[in-house]
Design a protein around this ligand. Structure first.
Ligand code: NAG
Ligand code: NAG
Ligand code: NAG
Ligand code: NAG
Ligand code: NAG
Ligand code: NAG
Length: 365
């Protein structure tokens, strides 16, 4: 029974991976933004920004539509008002980073492959795909290497030229699903995590090098968010505490990432080419601020997600066999940090983005 529901969830959330610590299972302000967009462009009016292209590689934290068909309602209720392939009630990280860099959230690879319109290439392209990782995960979707290969193919097909790449930035955001996959396969035993982290960082570094070699001059790569604070894991603590062991795993990942970047890419003699976006601190600060200034009586703590299944057998977005909705959405998603068990809400991403601005400013210069 539980197995079957799990399987159903897997089908619905083909692109989404969730994990639990207890029994590791795999399952998978519109106006405001424009105003911000406008301001940031006026403030930073330099020659490159108008044709800056953003190329995005990663998972559901960055995906803006490559998983379109597998994201059900109520995803997208805040923006654009219907499910549109984002794992949030609205915008995700990419949608905030793009305008800050002076461009727009780029077209998703799948949409472009379908339309083939040149006019859609103006802002770059998003190859990120929910549920994926640096290595293969439990979903049969393009891992990071494959995403970079798609990019390479487009360069070979002259869809993008070297000139296009000259003023481009790549955003890379993934690895959570690699850890989730490991937890499921190893029954939540964290013993092999350090080895896994080394493997992830090694492969990630190779992929970053490939992106640079293809001609992208700057890469922003996110560090791991505090995995232990994701609602999927904090639920066992009634959303009052984060799992320290998983947060430590995130910290270890981030430490190795930083070392690798320093040693391999940003050695003193050269200008920096890889920039880390510290998701760990950004999540933590945003959560802390929210805890302090929360006017939200409905959510017990800032770790509590807005959209949840009615029971353990269901997830946000699930329906039963008769098609009846089996999830509850909080009254005001705009006040929550987390949208579902794994993903920040639009509000959450906006808060995270605000924390990341000083790092992003350097990239823009
Ligand atoms: C990425 O996926 C492809 C296709 O499944 C596979 O051949 C390749 O080994 C994967 N790469 C990594 C690093 O896991
Ligand atoms: C890219 O920019 C560099 C200097 O920033 C310049 O030398 C080179 O000609 C440019 N290449 C193209 C194809 O625009
Ligand atoms: C974890 O699972 C993977 C895949 O089944 C396996 O290759 C690996 O050896 C396991 N690691 C540990 C520490 O059990
Ligand atoms: C949760 O955190 C509080 C302090 O914030 C601590 O006193 C308590 O022991 C923690 N509980 C668990 C289960 O870790
Ligand atoms: C930077 O590169 C130099 C050689 O070019 C090397 O000797 C040095 O160890 C490198 N530094 C780091 C931090 O890797
Ligand atoms: C939140 O409030 C606590 C206690 O009032 C304070 O110590 C902490 O600095 C505040 N954090 C933020 C991010 O405002």
């Amino acid at each position: 029974m539980a197995q079957r529901t799990l399987f159903t969830s897997l089908l619905i959330f083909l692109c989404l991976i969730l994990f639990t610590e207890a029994h590791a299972l795999i399952i998978g302000g519109k106006l405001q933004l424009h105003r911000h967009d406008h301001h940031s462009r006026r403030r930073h009016h330099h020659e490159h920004s108008s044709d800056l292209k953003l190329f995005v590689f990663g998972d559901s934290y960055a995906d803006t539509g490559n998983c379109r068909n597998s994201v059900p309602g109520p995803y997208g209720i805040t923006f654009p008002g219907k499910p549109a392939g984002r794992f949030s009630d609205g915008r995700v990280l990419t949608d905030y980073i793009a305008p800050y860099l002076g461009t727009k959230s780029p077209v998703s690879y799948k949409n472009w492959r379908k339309s083939g319109k040149r006019s859609q290439l103006k802002y770059g392209m998003n190859f990120a795909h929910g549920g994926t990782g640096v290595f293969n995960t439990l979903v049969d979707e393009p891992n990071m290497t494959t995403q970079v290969k798609f990019f390479q193919q487009l360069l070979e097909e002259k869809v993008f030229t070297k000139h296009d790449l000259n003023s481009s930035v790549a955003l890379v955001s993934l690895a959570g699903n690699d850890y989730a996959t490991y937890l499921v396969k190893n029954n939540s035993d964290l013993q092999g995590f350090p080895g896994l982290t080394k493997a992830i960082i090694g492969q990630l570094a190779m992929n970053l090098k490939l992106i640079l070699d293809l001609g992208v001059p700057k890469i922003a790569v996110t560090s791991m968010e505090p995995m232990g604070c994701l609602p999927q894991l904090s639920a066992v603590y009634s959303y009052k505490n984060c799992s320290e062991s998983l947060n430590s795993a995130s910290k270890f990942h981030n430490q190795l990432l930083q070392q690798e970047i320093l040693q391999t890419f940003n050695n003193e003699s050269k200008r920096p080419v890889i920039f880390t976006l510290d998701l760990y601190s950004a999540f933590m600060s945003a959560l802390m601020k929210k805890e302090n200034h929360s006017g939200n009586v409905e959510l017990k703590t800032s770790l509590q997600p807005c959209c949840v299944g009615v029971s353990k057998d269901y997830l946000c977005g699930n329906a039963d066999k008769s098609g009846k909705k089996r999830y509850i959405v909080c009254e005001n998603p705009k006040l929550s940090f987390f949208w579902d068990n794994i993903h920040p809400s639009q509000n959450g991403w906006h808060a995270v983005f605000s924390e990341l601005q000083s790092s992003l400013r350097i990239i823009r210069e």
